[in-house]
Ligand binder design. Structure first.
Ligand SMILES: NC(=O)c1ccc[n+]([C@@H]2O[C@H](COP(=O)([O-])OP(=O)(O)OC[C@H]3O[C@@H](n4cnc5c(N)ncnc54)[C@H](OP(=O)(O)O)[C@@H]3O)[C@@H](O)[C@H]2O)c1
Length: 269
């Protein structure tokens, strides 16, 4: 029996499905998906063992929870009957920039609506999700968070006005971190390290730094101080980064992504 329905079966749906299955929050046969052309849904079903149910009505009426995982602009082209099919059920939307009140307008009979912003490391249960509710959750809705979001990695409830910033810092932010690793790898190549080795150095530097932060609970400032010595190599590199406005660049990237999410929200008011 299908418990969780994915409407949209692209990159984010795949990451969520893989995280849910890996953490045994759902068995593959308890998850169903459909997509616009059917192409990505077929591929996802074949890759993960979940059901491909091309008929949206059949999929949504069987499941207790529906996850909106198509592109934000596609919300407008959803069939009006979707509101009836989701009546009394929980909806989770991962659509960037779509406010809860807009979702409520389209799905007024849903039992509850969760606006969530996960990221792609959800596929290996190392994601980061921020979420908000339409209304204070019943126990059954809290169980849905346990079933769908918690298996993806930490899930933190935030006020809805902060979801755009969550999009900037973790939804899109994961790509900013990949961009940093790309730069570190390429910098190693410029310094003469073969690309495959530079790739490993860059990834392990990121992983080691992230795990040290997490496992020691120390701040980035404290851990930086443990690497820097006066007149040393790290100080030379950090002085360069700071003189070029490294932190301001990161602030700017998060602000740009946050602003874009707000712009999309404005479009869907
Ligand atoms: N990617 C991320 O890192 C990320 C992070 C957080 C949130 N999100 C959100 O997740 C959502 C999906 O993003 P994505 O990156 O996964 O996009 P994507 O890979 O392009 O996938 C979009 C999916 O929507 C399907 N689709 C198109 N028309 C549809 C319709 N009428 N009904 C149902 N499904 C339809 C597509 O199916 P076909 O191609 O088979 O037609 C495809 O499976 C977006 O709203 C985005 O804001 C993404």
């Amino acid at each position: 029996m299908i418990k969780v329905a994915f409407l949209g079966a692209g990159r984010m749906a795949e990451a969520m499905v893989r995280g849910m299955i890996a953490q045994q929050a759902c068995r593959p046969e308890e998850i169903g998906c459909m997509s616009g052309s059917g192409k990505t849904a077929r591929t996802l079903a074949e890759a993960t063992g979940i059901h491909h149910v091309p008929d949206m009505r059949e999929l949504v009426t069987e499941a207790a929870t529906s996850i909106l995982a198509f592109k934000p602009h596609q919300l407008q082209s959803m069939p009006p009957s979707l509101a009836d099919w989701t009546a009394g059920k929980c909806i989770i939307s991962v659509l960037a920039g779509i406010p809860i009140h807009r979702l409520f307008h389209q799905f007024p009979m849903a039992e509850n609506i969760i606006r969530a912003m996960p990221n792609t490391p959800s596929a290996i249960s190392q994601g980061m999700t921020g979420y908000s509710w339409l209304k204070a959750p019943e126990l059954s809705a809290e169980r849905i968070i346990e079933q769908v979001l918690v298996p993806l990695g930490p899930a933190i409830e935030v006020e809805e006005r902060l979801i755009d910033a969550v999009t900037g810092i973790s939804g899109s932010g994961v790509a900013f971190v990949f961009e940093f690793v790309r730069g570190l790898r390429n910098a190693g190549v410029i310094q003469g390290i073969p690309e495959d080795k530079a790739h490993t150095f860059a990834i392990q530097t990121l992983l080691g730094a992230a795990m040290l932060l997490k496992q020691t609970g120390q701040s980035p400032e404290d851990l930086i101080a443990q690497v820097v010595s006066k007149g040393g190599t790290t100080e030379a590199g950090l002085t360069y980064l700071n003189s070029e406005g490294f932190e301001e660049l990161i602030h700017g990237a998060v602000a740009a992504a946050t602003h874009r999410s707000q712009e999309i929200s404005g479009h869907f008011q």
